[in-house]
Ligand binder design. Structure first.
Ligand SMILES: [Ca+2]
Length: 188
């Protein structure tokens, strides 16, 4: 067996031993506000483990009444951990203005709010395969009814690579190399 073909076999073994690449996944749900100050909650179940690099929670607001007066805001939390008080125009009590929001005077506000989650944060939430998100609305958030009053939550991250036992691949590779060395010894 030539060195070239031995290396080709070793390379093939390495390819099979290498873990499959991490895959991007995202989960979305939309909830509509049907009464003033109603809290909107989202729950994503059966989630796979992440690759440890974190992810994002994106909240897409469609004509929500979040900011004309002091009690128009939402408190965003994931499983009891707060990710801030947000409003359009930033004039809610101690609120942070949602970057890039549009809409008349903070009423019927359109926005995309992206909250970054570190690997440690995300993996903590994912440990039971379930992630629960709450957008708790201030009591001034009205149902305007035209056209939507809704919020879409999207959780996105990369799943962990498929675990293929590395030692098995390593043993195959090593036995291939030792076999090649043995052949070299016999040939000389
Ligand atoms: Ca959880």
């Amino acid at each position: 067996m030539s060195l070239k073909s031995t290396l080709a076999i070793a390379a093939t073994m390495l390819a099979f031993a290498a873990p499959a690449a991490a895959a991007p996944v995202s989960f979305s749900a939309t909830e509509a506000l049907t009464s003033q100050g109603q809290d909107l909650s989202f729950s994503f179940a059966g989630l796979d483990a992440s690759d440890g690099t974190g992810g994002t929670l994106t909240l897409l607001g469609n004509t929500l009444d979040l900011g004309r007066s002091g009690n128009e805001y939402m408190d965003v939390s994931i499983e009891g951990t707060s990710y801030g008080r947000w409003s359009c125009g930033g004039n809610g009590a101690q609120s942070t203005s949602i970057p890039g929001w549009t809409g008349g005077n903070g009423s019927r506000c359109l926005f995309t709010l992206t909250i970054n989650l570190t690997g440690i944060e995300l993996d903590g939430f994912l440990s039971d395969g379930l992630v629960s998100i709450l957008a708790a609305m201030g009591n001034g958030v009205s149902v305007l009814g035209d056209p939507a009053d809704n919020l879409t939550a999207t959780l996105a991250y990369n799943t962990a690579p498929l675990a293929i036992p590395a030692p098995a691949g390593g043993v195959l590779l090593l036995s291939g190399l030792f076999g090649f060395a043995a052949m070299r010894r016999r040939a000389s």
